[in-house]
Write a protein that binds this ligand. Structure first.
Ligand code: NI
Length: 174
């Protein structure tokens, strides 16, 4: 019998945890796999297409992604300790959002294609060549592992506005 998956509360801007640099996952053991399953459950519930462990308060280099379209078969991707080993010169722009910055979207330009080395849930090293939405999503999630948010890629004016708005909202909840 498998352990039940748990939906975890999301860390929201301006929580300083979002600025932490996550540490490598040293062992792909049952705890690491449970964390990955909980992250998938949390991401699907939100719903979102990507989630980094720090977004549920765990500063480890782990992310989950599923860029399949609604109604299509799910394609969950569990990525431990990812490293971007090459990025294309060609760039692409997507409107990005983030489960830690709810209901805010902005266009972000990034390399259109990336090659990412990572460890899969079986503990095996993998090389992933990604383009399109998957490339953008990988870069967005890997940024989280380094304490970087997609709003760091937009104009300072817009970024300051978003941070002010979320800071005000957080204070209102105290
Ligand atoms: Ni995000």
């Amino acid at each position: 019998m498998g352990s039940a998956m748990t939906i975890k509360p999301l860390i929201i801007l301006p929580d300083p945890l979002l600025r932490e640099v996550s540490k490598p996952v040293e062992r792909i053991d049952s705890d690491a796999l449970k964390l990955a399953d909980d992250m998938l459950e949390t991401m699907y519930d939100a719903p979102g297409i990507g989630l980094a462990a720090i977004q549920i308060g765990v500063p480890r280099r782990l992310l989950v992604i599923d860029v399949s379209k609604e109604g299509e078969e799910k394609t969950p991707l569990v990525v431990f300790n990812p490293v971007i080993v090459s990025s294309s010169d060609a760039r692409s722009t997507y409107e990005e959002g983030c489960l830690s910055i709810p209901d805010y979207y902005a266009e972000v330009e990034r390399p259109a294609a990336v090659t990412v080395n990572y460890v899969d849930r079986a503990g095996k090293e993998q090389v992933l060549e990604a383009d399109g939405l998957l490339a953008t999503c990988l870069q967005h999630e890997i940024d989280h592992l380094n304490g970087v948010l997609f709003i760091d890629h937009i104009s300072r004016l817009k970024r300051d506005m978003v941070i002010r708005k979320f800071t005000k909202a957080a204070k209102g909840k105290l």
